[in-house]
Design a protein around this ligand. Structure first.
Ligand SMILES: *Cc1c(COP(=O)(O)O)cnc(C)c1O
Length: 394
C-alpha cells in the first residue's frame, strides 16, 4: 500500500529532509535518534494524555452543526479545537514537545512566534513545567500583536525582539536557530508547526494526531462509522491539518481538503498561497514549496490571518498536494471574513481568522445530503475581533 507518511530518511516523497548547517547537525541528530522511543514510551504517553485531558480539556467536542448542515445540504461536524486551553490546537504540540525536552534532559526552551499564538502556547507549558523560556519575535509582529506579547510576559517568558529583515516570522525563526546553534547542550527548540528539518514535521504530526484519533472514536459513536467523506482543515505550516488527517492518510475513501491563505488573491503580490504559487526550494531546513523569486529570494507573504502567512508549507502537505491525495483551495481574505460571520450567526461560534479559511471552502464544494463532513475549527476568534469588525462584509 502506498503510504503518505514519512520514510526512514525523513522525506515525504521529494519533500522534507534535514538541510541544516554543520553546527546544528548534532542537535537534529540527537533529536532524530531519541524522539521515537520517547514519544512511544509508556511514561511519556501516560503523562501526555493525562495533561491533554485535565490541563488542555480534551477530548475536544465533535459538534454536529445543524444550521450549517442545513445551509450546505450535508451532515457537517465541527472538531472544536477552539475550546482547548489557550484557545487553539497549538497547545497539544507545545505540551508534547516540552515533555520530550524534559525526557532528553534539556533545561531551557526557545521558540519563535509570528502572531504570538505559538509563543503563548510555549510560554504556557514552560510556566507549567517551571522551565525558562525565550521567545523570538520580529519587531513588526511585536507591535501588531501586543496582547500576546503581554500574555507571554505575564507567563514569565522573555520576549526577544528581532530587528533583522522584515522583522517578522521568518526572521524570528532565523534568530531562534542562531540561539540553538550557540546552546546545543541544554536548549530545546519547540517548533510551532509541521515545518523545519526532520524530525520536527513528524514530531508535530504525531503530537497533533490526537485530533484524528478522537475523530475516529467520536464519529463511530455518533454515526456508527469511524470515517467521514470529507475531512477539512486550514493550512499555515500545516500542524492542525496533519493532526486532522493523520489516521486517515491511507483511507482513500476519505477526501482530504485543505485551505491556504490567498490573501488579496493568488494573482497579486499579496498572498500566502504557497501550494498554488510556490516553487520547490529549501526553507528552514526542509525541502518544500516556497514563495520565492526566480533567483531564490523568499517573498514576504501576506494574509489577513497572522497565523497563515508563512512563506513555506510543511513538507507533508507539499507531498499530499503534489500526489493529489489532498485538494487544496486558496481562500482570499474577504471570503474568510464572510465565512467567519456565517458560522458566528448560524451556530454562535466565532472562529479564528485561520479557521475561517477552511469554512469558506464549503460554498465551493458539491455536497450531497448524505455526505459526512468533518471540519477542524483550529482556534477561537477572540484575538481577531478587530479584523472582523474592520472588515465587516455587510
Ligand atoms: C497558528 C494557527 C494556525 C496555523 O498553523 P498550522 O500549523 O497550519 O495549524 C491555524 N489556526 C490557528 C487558530 C492558529 O493559531
Amino acid at each position: 500500500m502506498k503510504s503518505y507518511n514519512i520514510d526512514e530518511n525523513g522525506f515525504y516523497g521529494e519533500f522534507g529532509g534535514a538541510f541544516v548547517p554543520e553546527v546544528l547537525y548534532k542537535c537534529t541528530e540527537e533529536l532524530r535518534c531519541s524522539y521515537r522511543d520517547i514519544l512511544e514510551s509508556d511514561a511519556f504517553q501516560q503523562e501526555f494524555r493525562n495533561l491533554l485531558n485535565d490541563y488542555v480539556g480534551r477530548p475536544s467536542p465533535l459538534y454536529e452543526a445543524r444550521h450549517l448542515s442545513e445551509l450546505y445540504h450535508a451532515r457537517i461536524f465541527l472538531k472544536r479545537e477552539d475550546l482547548n486551553h489557550t484557545g487553539a490546537h497549538k497547545i497539544n504540540n507545545a505540551l508534547g514537545q516540552i515533555l520530550l525536552a524534559r525526557a532528553m534532559g534539556k533545561t531551557r526552551i526557545i521558540a519563535e512566534t509570528g502572531a504570538g499564538q505559538h509563543g503563548v502556547a510555549t510560554a504556557t507549558v514552560c510556566a507549567l513545567m517551571g522551565m525558562p523560556c525565550t521567545v523570538y519575535m520580529g519587531e513588526t509582529d511585536i507591535r501588531r500583536q501586543m496582547p500576546n506579547v503581554e500574555r507571554m510576559k505575564m507567563l514569565g517568558a522573555t520576549v526577544s525582539p528581532v530587528t533583522s529583515g522584515n522583522m517578522t516570522l521568518k526572521d524570528a525563526v532565523n534568530e531562534a536557530i542562531r540561539d540553538w546553534c550557540c546552546h546545543p547542550r541544554d536548549t530545546f527548540y519547540i517548533m510551532g508547526s509541521a515545518v523545519g528539518p526532520h524530525p520536527y514535521p513528524d514530531i508535530v504530526a504525531r503530537l497533533q494526531s490526537i485530533i484524528s484519533e478522537e475523530i475516529l472514536m467520536q464519529l463511530q459513536a455518533k454515526i456508527g462509522r469511524n470515517y467521514p467523506d470529507y475531512l477539512m482543515a486550514c493550512v499555515g505550516g500545516g500542524s492542525n491539518a496533519i493532526g486532522t488527517f493523520y489516521h486517515y492518510l491511507d483511507n482513500e475513501k476519505v477526501h482530504l481538503i485543505a485551505a491556504e491563505a490567498g490573501g488579496k488573491g493568488c494573482d497579486t503580490p499579496f498572498t500566502a498561497a504557497t501550494i498554488h504559487c510556490g516553487t520547490t526550494g529549501i526553507l528552514h531546513g526542509s525541502r518544500t514549496l516556497i514563495l520565492q523569486t526566480p533567483d531564490g529570494q523568499v517573498i514576504e507573504p501576506y494574509s489577513i490571518s497572522a497565523g497563515l502567512d508563512y512563506p513555506g508549507i510543511g513538507p507533508v502537505h507539499a507531498h499530499l498536494a503534489s500526489t493529489g491525495r489532498a485538494t487544496i483551495y486558496s481562500i482570499n481574505d474577504d471570503e474568510a471574513v464572510r465565512a467567519a460571520y456565517e458560522l458566528t450567526r448560524l451556530e454562535g461560534i466565532i472562529p479564528a481568522m485561520e479557521s475561517a479559511h477552511i469554512l469558506a471552502v464549503l460554498p465551493k464544494m458539491e455536497l450531497s445530503e448524505d455526505d459526512v463532513v468533518v471540519i477542524t475549527v483550529s482556534g477561537r476568534g477572540d484575538k481577531d475581533m478587530k479584523s472582523f469588525l474592520d472588515n465587516k462584509p455587510f
